[in-house]
Design a protein around this ligand. Structure first.
Ligand SMILES: NC(=O)c1ccc[n+]([C@@H]2O[C@H](COP(=O)([O-])OP(=O)(O)OC[C@H]3O[C@@H](n4cnc5c(N)ncnc54)[C@H](O)[C@@H]3O)[C@@H](O)[C@H]2O)c1
Length: 336
């Protein structure tokens, strides 16, 4: 079903590259979604990503309780200031109905370049007037989500003594692992980058291969690297009680949520878990909130997840289906 409000596909006048901006929904307010820059083999693959990811942002913002909808920018090709300026010009044409931020292939510094053409841009470096890297907010929100998962699965939100396997020690996963270690959790961790082993040693965490991390006998597996880690075969091999992490698009297909449910493994929808970045950026840059207010909003992810788990139980559906239904309800009745 075609559900996007507006899609612009343009050959950038400065870069010659395909620039795609998809606005999925502004029903709740200005659409938000990062700028992905990637040398796709075919620009139509970039369009498919823009359509899918902008729709996912609508659900993410709705469940985060933000007065925002979903959008996405995709630049097809190699990184260059000209390509970023081209994207900025398209975003400016949308007149503030959509604002962008960093995503795969772009970072806070690139938002300054996009900002040469439009003011509708988030997460510029703090020195340039933005809120900077969003991963600290994403990490704090993820830990709030893990408390909700432990509360639902084990009857206590305490992280002390609980065991976690963190898959990917990047900007978000590395911070999540540190926060868990500080909370007294038992940790095993993995990353394809051997240099990350130093962090594991620093935290007193066990270092295992990515395959071992996914199938570790722990309370919660925390995917914090790439998407698509939950497949019929990987789900069959899981030995944890729950899976909850910030990695985007963890399920290879929607039906895999049913396989997790059948195995009695609690799965927290990734777009609820990873909303801390957009929550923090909008709280700081749009609403000028204090650090205490931002922290309270990030802690709110635990309440949102608890609501999703309760609705899933009440309706006899997976948390994935319950979250999607709640997002649809919120978008359909903006004031409800
Ligand atoms: N940064 C944010 O604010 C944010 C917000 C929402 C969602 N996310 C999602 O969270 C995930 C992590 O984001 P990030 O910003 O920390 O990225 P990052 O690139 O900083 O870190 C990813 C880490 O995963 C490792 N890795 C890659 N493939 C791996 C594999 N197969 N097994 C184990 N480790 C592997 C990399 O070496 C790297 O250390 C991504 O899926 C991202 O889309 C991030």
């Amino acid at each position: 079903m075609f559900s996007h409000e507006r899609i612009i596909i343009r050959r950038g006048p400065e870069s010659g590259l395909p620039i795609i901006v998809a606005v999925h929904s502004t029903a709740l307010g200005q659409a938000l979604g990062g700028c992905r820059l990637k040398p796709y083999a075919d620009w139509r693959d970039g369009l498919a990503d823009a359509l899918r990811l902008s729709a996912a942002m609508t659900d993410k913002c709705a469940l985060a309780g933000l007065p925002n909808g979903g959008g996405k920018t995709v630049i097809v090709g190699e990184h260059s200031p000209a390509a970023l300026r081209d994207a900025g010009a398209v975003i400016e044409e949308l007149g503030g109905t959509y604002a962008t931020g960093p995503d795969i292939g772009t970072g806070p510094d690139d938002m300054v370049t996009i900002g040469e053409r439009t003011s509708h841009v988030f997460c510029r470096p703090v020195a340039a007037g933005g809120s900077g890297d969003s991963s600290p907010g994403t990490a704090v929100g993820t830990v709030a989500a893990l408390r909700a998962v432990c509360s639902d699965r084990f009857g206590s939100s305490s992280l002390a003594g609980r065991s976690f396997s963190v898959l990917g020690l990047g900007r978000v996963g590395g911070r999540v692992a540190r926060l868990l270690a500080e909370a007294g959790s038992k940790l095993v961790v993995a990353d394809v980058d051997p240099a990350k082993r130093a962090l594991a040693d620093d935290l007193g965490a066990g270092w295992v291969t990515p395959e071992e991390a996914l199938t570790a006998a722990v309370d919660v597996v925390v995917p914090a690297a790439l998407g698509g880690v939950l497949t019929p075969s990987s789900v069959a091999a899981l030995r944890c009680a729950a899976v909850a992490g910030p990695a985007n698009n963890q399920l290879d297909a929607r039906a895999t949520a049913g396989l997790l449910h059948e195995r009695g493994i609690l799965w927290a929808p990734d777009y609820v878990v990873s909303a801390g970045g957009v929550i923090a950026a909008t709280a700081v840059e749009l609403r000028h909130e204090s650090p205490a207010q931002v922290t309270a909003r990030l802690d709110g992810i635990a309440d949102t997840l608890a609501g999703v788990f309760a609705a899933a139980r009440r309706d006899g559906v997976t948390p994935s289906a319950a979250a999607a239904a709640e997002a649809r309800r919120r978008v359909a009745s903006p004031r409800g």
